[in-house]
Design a protein around this ligand. Structure first.
Ligand code: ZN
Ligand code: ZN
Ligand code: ZN
Length: 293
């Protein structure tokens, strides 16, 4: 099957690279700012943004790598590297989240007033940086950019919450709001990490990327009347976006070369809508034994 090449990759790569350095720089400012303002909410946001920087960074590297495509030694290309990147990212986020919880849970019982002016300044900077990046990326058409853009808007909302808490703390003496916000952020981070981790492990184990599609594919394979049954149907995904299908198809009757070619063409037409990256179909004749048992 044809392997697609997206010629907007270079521009996408440039935009994502730019978002990476902006995000990383801002993450460093946040960690220093969180320490200076003594705010656990800022620290929680810093951990979140560290995770963002890592995933943007690996998306950026992969964008460059996936342009290289497959070679003799890596016959599927390098797309599976994204699973490795996602796994490392999850581990960093879990460690960071535990660290933030260790900082903020004791403060529920012994609240410490953060430097609210510093919090306010960082919140305004956070809204400006993430908002600007979101606007800049909103022209992007690639899936990566769309996901990133949606995410940046979420981050703007997070900084909005920090802004509100900073302003409230300027007028009332409720320092407990800081660890509460921090714990809310961290729980939100952990829920997303667990969801990503489950998906990553599924893909590692070559699980079917989507059960409904799997059922439909099996139907498509045995739909032509020349085919009686299918077995060794393997439907898995390189990276969650590029899927692979292999199958053995038992023929109901003897077919000559022309009939086989026509049958393969028909299967190709029926499979086209599933946009599979690699397909391998083997026909077994009625009197033939299956090699794989
Ligand atoms: Zn984010
Ligand atoms: Zn292939
Ligand atoms: Zn077989």
């Amino acid at each position: 099957m044809a392997h697609h090449h997206d010629h907007s990759h270079d521009i996408a790569s440039e935009r994502i690279g730019w978002a990476f350095f902006l995000n990383l720089g801002f993450t460093i400012i946040e960690f220093i700012g969180g320490w200076l303002t003594n705010s656990t909410a800022i620290m929680a946001d810093a951990v979140h943004d560290l995770g963002d920087s890592l995933s943007i960074g690996s998306a950026w590297l992969l964008n460059k790598f996936s342009n290289k495509g497959a070679n003799q030694h890596f016959t599927y290309g390098y797309r599976r590297l994204s699973l490795f990147g996602a796994f490392i990212n999850s581990v960093v986020l879990v460690v960071g989240s535990v660290w933030v919880l260790v900082l903020s849970v004791p403060r529920l019982f012994d609240p410490v007033m953060p430097v609210t002016e510093g919090m306010l300044a960082l919140a305004i900077l956070g809204i400006a940086v993430n908002g600007y990046a979101a606007v800049k990326l909103s022209s992007g058409k690639s899936l990566n950019e769309k996901v990133l853009n949606w995410h940046l808007l979420e981050d703007v909302l997070g900084w909005g919450a920090v802004l509100v808490v900073a302003i409230v703390l300027m007028f009332v003496d409720w320092p407990i709001l800081d660890p509460i916000l921090s714990i809310c952020f961290t729980v939100f981070i952990l829920i997303n990490v667990v969801r990503n981790l489950v998906q990553t492990v599924r893909l590692f184990l070559q699980g079917a990327p989507d059960k409904k599609t799997q059922t439909k594919l099996t139907k498509v394979l045995i739909e032509p009347q020349e085919i009686s049954t299918a077995h060794h149907v393997h439907y898995w995904s390189l990276d969650g976006e590029h899927h692979v299908l292999t199958a053995h198809l038992c023929l109901a009757q003897e077919l000559n070369a022309e009939q086989v070619i026509a049958l393969k063409q028909r299967l190709a037409d029926n499979l086209a809508e599933y946009d599979l990256a690699h397909t391998t179909l083997e026909f077994e004749y009625p009197q033939e034994q299956c090699r794989d048992g």
